[in-house]
Design a protein around this ligand. Structure first.
Ligand code: ADP
Ligand code: MG
Length: 855
């Protein structure tokens, strides 16, 4: 049988010790404790069911506050333990503590252990079914901590009009370990989902629900007990922190659930008829705990620091308000048939009393309304009404069919049973509708949540598309810049090639000129060589002539010598005959003179010849010098050409390298384009979203146009490159030709050089020869002079001799004695002449020998 009993919410207050930073700051410890139930802050006392000082251990607190609740729940009552207080006031420390530390563990792990300990010690006929659920409420949304996929659960009412979280994971557990595992799992999930756990835990409410169902296998009695263990969000005013945007929304929502709790508690404390449980999900879930069927304990957690005194005071006031709330506790029992019957009887009794009261009151009201004044003895009196009901009851028992005279005679009875039923039905319908609406609201909010999520996803996608677009844009810009740079490079290369071509033209022109010059030079050289040859031949001729003359001189000399010998013989024989007359001597002298004049003329022609030879030699040496000069000029030019050709080759190589680089660039660019195209295909999907902000066609067009322009540029660059390649091959061919020409010129130059050397050697020989000839000429001159002198002497002697002879001849005309005087004179003269001739002869011989030696 249900056993309704009024009981207030139990409120206990727990102060934590000063923490290290508060101690370091030198905060004052403000609470003063009076007895077990009073704490004074700033002289103002606050009374609670129990007040726990800072040195209270976990086990002490548990034994004093929570232990009893385990018994209640196992006996079929509902229980709730709230922890209320500002952040870091010790709520979590009180509710959970260190979950796996036997000394420091809080209420929840201890309750879990105790439940199982009780169960183990209870009647064997009892069968238990224990389920646990763990969820948190954040921004007025219920998130299942045992199933992270359930992020926005809704609250419904069961058939007994008790709210519950619909769809929340209920885990069946058989041991304390399983419960602790579930708690660990839930805490873990909570940590995973959020970035700043401290902030999150201070702004969310966490609720751990233990649902215990027991059945007595003998009596078939079924009892259920629900235990809510609630760690509330920090009670400080979040809105004051100046939060903005989503944070502000968050602050409002956090405030909403906490302020709803405050409002609900105030309304309950004031005994208001309307309690706004539906204002927040938390108050809705805890509807039974606040003024309903539940044994509720509220732990008010406080900081002892002077720094937090304002918050501490408001927390204490909240606790005091909550203390006035009255709950109506009943056993949650599923009745047997007998129990139902008894209950029905009792209810009927109660109903009767109430009905009569209502009728009485309505009658009285109507009389008052009609302007009657109802005398005191006729006014509603509880005792009287009870007595009348009893009378009515007995009458009813006597004659059940008879109508109730008192009631029927009472005026203004308007509510018939049918109407009441109708009213009840209406109420039920309305509640049903309310639930439906709730459901709808939930669905809508879930939908909103989903849509919000989708929106976020879309925004994310959009942002990533934007980012992609940006990166693509930058990539495109980079490519464009690269393209520009390569264009610029190509331009430069083209310019360089143009310059090269111009240079090349100039060079080829120069080469042509030089070739022409070279040809002219070789022509000249040929001429020179031919003239040299002619000079050679002339020289040869001259040599021949000289030989010839030598021969002739030798002949002449030999004949002269012969003559002289003959003369010598004639003179030396001493057999000068008288008969040899002056005519013979004259004749001989004439012959000698003739010879001498002949020799003279010969010598003169020889001198002339040698002069001619000299002049031609000077000429040829001049020519040789000129040729030499030209040759050196030619050599110089050739070396210049060589240098130029070398630089041209270098330039060509450079151009080749640049071309290769450009080709590589083009290749890499085309690769990049292919890659970008491939990316483009992947990005298209993303870009579709991007198109919300940027029209798709425009972007595609832009990209297409960029691609086309790029391709056009590439193809034009390729054409340019082909042209350059052609030009290059032509240039190379030309270069080859020039090289060959140069080689040919070099060979010719070598030849000319050799010829030149030969000529210079010949020139040297000729100079030596000329020197000798000069010497010979000088000698000849000396000889000539000597011969002339000798001839003169001879002539004088002859004259003397002739004079002497004529005088003698004249004397001889007188006979005899003449020959004696003539003879010694003659002999002397002839001897003298012979001596002279001998001397001349020796001189000539020696001269001729020298001449012969020279030649
Ligand atoms: P809240 O959950 O209210 O924000 P916590 O329970 O996390 O606060 O407590 C904040 C800190 O204070 C924790 O480090 C906790 O260990 C410590 N603390 C709280 N209450 C007590 C107490 N009664 N005794 C010792 N330390 C406590
Ligand atoms: Mg906490």
């Amino acid at each position: 049988m249900a056993d309704p009993a009024q009981c207030s919410i139990k409120v206990v207050c727990r102060f934590r010790p000063l923490n290290s930073s508060e101690v370091a700051r030198g905060d004052k410890y403000i609470p003063k404790f009076q007895g077990e139930d009073c704490v004074t802050i700033g002289g103002k006392p606050y009374y609670f069911d129990r007040v726990f000082q800072s040195n209270t251990t976990q086990v002490q607190f548990y034994n004093a506050v929570a232990q009893k609740i385990v018994k209640d729940v196992l006996e079929g009552y509902n229980g709730t333990i709230f922890a209320y207080g500002q952040t870091s006031s010790g709520k979590t420390h009180t509710m959970e503590g260190k979950l796996h530390d036997p000394d420091m563990m809080g209420i929840i792990p201890r309750i879990v252990q105790d439940i199982f300990n009780y169960i183990y010690s209870m009647d064997e006929n009892l069968e238990f079914h224990i389920k646990v659920s763990y969820f948190e409420i954040y921004l007025d949304k219920i998130r299942d901590l045992l199933d992270v996929t359930k992020t926005n659960l809704s609250v419904h009412e069961d058939k007994n009009r008790v709210p519950y979280v619909k769809g929340c994971t209920e885990r069946f557990v058989c041991s304390p370990q399983e419960v602790m595992d579930a708690i660990d799992e839930g805490k873990n999930n909570r940590h995973v989902a959020v970035t700043n756990m401290n902030e999150h835990s201070s702004r969310s409410h966490s609720i751990f629900l233990i649902n215990i169902k027991q059945e007595n296998t003998q009596t078939e009695q079924k009892l259920t007990g629900k235990l809510y263990l609630v760690d509330l969000a920090g009670s400080e005013k979040v809105g004051k922190t100046g939060a903005e945007g989503t944070v502000l929304d968050e602050a409002k929502m956090i405030n909403k659930s906490l302020s709803s709790l405050g409002i609900v508690i105030s309304a309950l404390a004031e005994g208001s008829s309307y309690i706004p449980y539906r204002d927040s999900k938390m108050t809705r879930i805890l509807q039974d705990s606040l003024g309903g069927n539940c044994r509720t304990t509220m732990v008010i957690c406080c900081s002892p620091s002077s720094f937090n005194d304002a918050e501490t005071k408001s927390t204490l006031l909240f606790g005091q308000r909550a203390k006035t709330i009255k709950n109506t506790v009943s056993l949650n029992v599923e009745l047997t048939a007998e129990q139902w019957k008894n209950k029905w009887e009792k209810e009927k009794e109660k109903n009767k009393t109430l009905k009569s009261t209502v009728t009485w009151l309505e009658t009285e009201l109507n009389r008052w309304r009609n302007g009657e004044s109802v005398p005191v003895e006729e006014q509603f009196d509880k005792e009287k009404a009870k007595a009348e009901v009893q009378v009515l009851d007995s009458a009813l028992n006597n004659d059940k069919a008879a109508p109730t005279p008192a009631l029927s005679t009472l005026p203004g009875v308007k509510l018939t049973d049918a109407e009441k039923e109708k009213y009840e039905a209406e109420m039920a319908k309305l509640y049903k509708e309310l639930d439906d609406k709730d459901e709808e609201i939930n669905q809508q909010s879930q939908l909103i949540e989903k849509l919000n999520q989708q929106m976020l996803d879309q925004e994310e996608l959009l942002a990533s598309s934007h980012r992609d677009h940006d990166t693509l844009q930058t990539e495109l810009n980079r490519l464009l810049a690269e393209n520009e740079a390569s264009k610029e490079e190509v331009k430069e290369v083209l310019q360089a090639l143009e310059e090269l071509a111009v240079n090349y033209d100039q060079k080829s022109q120069e080469v042509e000129d030089k070739t022409k010059e070279f040809e002219a030079l070789s022509e000249e050289l040929n001429q020179k060589s031919s003239s040299l040859a002619s000079i050679d031949s002339e020289l040869q001729k001259l040599k021949e002539m000289t030989n010839h003359q030598k021969k002739r001189v030798t002949e002449m000399m030999s004949s002269l010598l012969k003559d002289l010998a003959e003369i010598g013989i004639a003179v030396g024989s001493n057999d000068i005959k008288q008969q040899e007359s002056t005519g013979v001597i004259d004749e001989e002298f004439t012959v000698a003179r003739l010879y001498i004049s002949k020799m003279k003329s010969e010598v003169k022609t020889m001198v002339k010849r040698s002069k001619q030879l000299e002049s031609s030699q000077a000429e040829s040496s001049q020519k040789m010098e000129e040729t030499e000069r030209e040759l050196t000029a030619c050599q110089l030019r050739i070396s210049q050409y060589e240098a130029k050709i070398k630089s041209l080759t270098d330039c060509l190589q450079n151009v080749e390298q640049k071309k290769r680089q450009l080709e590589e660039n083009v290749d890499s660019l085309s690769e990049e384009i292919v890659r970008i195209k491939a990316q483009g295909v992947v990005e298209d999907a993303n870009l579709n979203l991007c198109m919300l902000a940027f029209p798709q066609e425009a972007v595609e067009k832009q990209i297409q146009s960029h691609r086309e322009a790029h391709q056009r540029q590439i193809s034009s660059l390729r054409d340019d490159l082909d042209n350059k390649e052609k030009l290059l091959t032509e240039l190379q061919d030309l270069n080859q030709k020039i090289m060959l020409e140069q080689e040919r010129l070099r060979v010719e130059h070598e030849k000319l050089k050799a010829a030149d050397q030969e000529k210079s050697r010949q020139l040297q020989e000729l100079t030596v020869l000329q020197d000798r000839q000069e010497q010979a000429r000088q000698d000849l001159k000396g000889l000539e002079e000597t011969v002339a002198r000798e001839l003169q002497t001879l002539h004088n002697l002859r004259r003397l001799f002739v004079q002497d002879l004529s005088t003698r001849v004249r004397k001889v005309k007188c006979p005899h004695g003449l020959s004696v005087s003539l003879f010694p004179l003659e002999v002397t003269m002839i001897h003298y002449i012979i001596l002279h001739l001998k001397y001349l002869y020796i001189y000539l011989v020696s001269f001729i020998w020298r001449l012969i030696l020279v030649m």
